[in-house]
Write a protein that binds this ligand. Sequence first.
Ligand SMILES: CC(C)(COP(=O)(O)OP(=O)(O)OC[C@H]1O[C@@H](n2cnc3c(N)ncnc32)[C@H](O)[C@@H]1OP(=O)(O)O)[C@@H](O)C(=O)NCCC(=O)NCCS
Length: 153
Amino acid sequence: MGYWIEPLADEADLDGVLEVEAESFTNPWTRDMYAWEMRNRSMCHILLVRTDQCRVAGFCAFWRVFDEIHINNLAMRPGFRARGIGTALLERVLSEARQLGARRATLEVRASNEGARRLYERLGFYVAGVRRSYYTHPVEDALILWRDEPELC
Ligand SMILES: CC(C)(COP(=O)(O)OP(=O)(O)OC[C@H]1O[C@@H](n2cnc3c(N)ncnc32)[C@H](O)[C@@H]1OP(=O)(O)O)[C@@H](O)C(=O)NCCC(=O)NCCS
């Protein structure tokens, strides 16, 4: 399937991101939360996956904080999953992070989210800690993952 990855551009893109959120998470981020992100573009970055048929097939939202990126959300619409696109999107995020001067990346993932955990582990993330009962709907532990640039290991 043909697709491309580019930064979020406008409010219509935000509508697409909110749809993907609703299709992917039990407690999705709200429009107000993303409006804050869009007002803080020096720190907040959102990359979209587009196809000819779908304006927003998936997205990743992350913050760059000094030499780290904090990946807040990563999701593909259900019909676009398991085709390698989520991996390509995360690889692109890590590449952009390097260009922004980041040397480490972190994120949280539900302990039971085996598909996402496999993806992260394949790209070099490791479990560094646990936040007990961090998630709601349902209540569940979060694993705290980190990834260091290989040349710094
Ligand atoms: C996690 C997610 C972004 C991965 O995107 P994707 O495009 O499906 O990823 P890929 O096709 O590159 O596959 C990555 C890995 O996840 C696995 N995977 C993808 N979808 C899966 C699913 N529905 N169930 C189980 N495993 C799945 C793939 O098998 C692959 O692992 P493998 O190659 O070792 O078998 C996507 O599944 C998604 O949006 N999930 C819901 C939201 C979510 O959980 N986000 C992560 C929050 S931390």
